[in-house]
Design a protein around this ligand. Structure first.
Ligand code: CTP
Ligand code: ZN
Length: 154
């Protein structure tokens, strides 16, 4: 393999690769979904050159297979990401992400009067999307917020 074609982040033997994350969203994806809270090796690439995106972020987690449910939750922050499953160094599955209908526990409700802000109840939002705009509607206070205003809180 020529130097030009070498991977920018070392190949993994087994596990998951979240590719095509928008540049600058990788850290947020890692943190909100707590992908680093594992005993397994996690490698990340930030601001990598990408022919499709210009720049992208990428996360590789060894020995963990991201299931369809979690993959779809990732679409809330990285709608065009691809989740690859790797076995014996080969890509055996490529999940295309679809927005989930709801997201629990991941975000905090921006409404400071919301019961989820004072009581120990897990947050829960319904996902409403119109075209490119994603809104999250809190199950408890029933207010709807732009995805970005919810995502920036944590
Ligand atoms: N990958 C890896 N370890 C492997 C095999 C693949 O880390 N043993 C990574 C690649 O670096 C890439 C992703 O998994 O980031 C998907 O691999 P592949 O499908 O071979 O790459 P592309 O064809 O570029 O993927 P796409 O078409 O989704 O852009
Ligand atoms: Zn609320």
């Amino acid at each position: 393999m020529s130097k030009e074609n070498q991977l920018q982040v070392e190949a993994i033997k087994q596990g998951s690769v979240i590719d095509h994350i928008p540049a600058h969203a990788g850290i947020k994806v890692l943190r909100l979904f707590e992908l680093h809270k594992t005993q397994n090796k996690v490698t990340i690439g930030l601001n990598l050159p990408s022919s499709a995106l210009g720049h992208k972020d990428l996360i590789k987690i060894e020995n963990v297979f991201i299931d369809e449910d979690l993959a779809n939750q990732l679409a809330l922050l990285a709608p065009n990401a691809t989740v690859n499953q790797i076995e014996d160094y080969e890509v055996v599955k490529k999940l295309q992400l679809n927005l989930p209908q709801r997201v629990d526990r991941v975000f905090q409700c921006p409404n400071s009067n919301c019961i989820t802000r004072t009581e120990p109840v897990a947050s829960s939002f319904t996902v409403v999307s119109k075209g490119d705009a994603i809104k999250l509607k809190c199950k408890y206070c029933e207010k709807a917020f732009n995805r970005d205003s919810v995502a920036e809180l944590r």
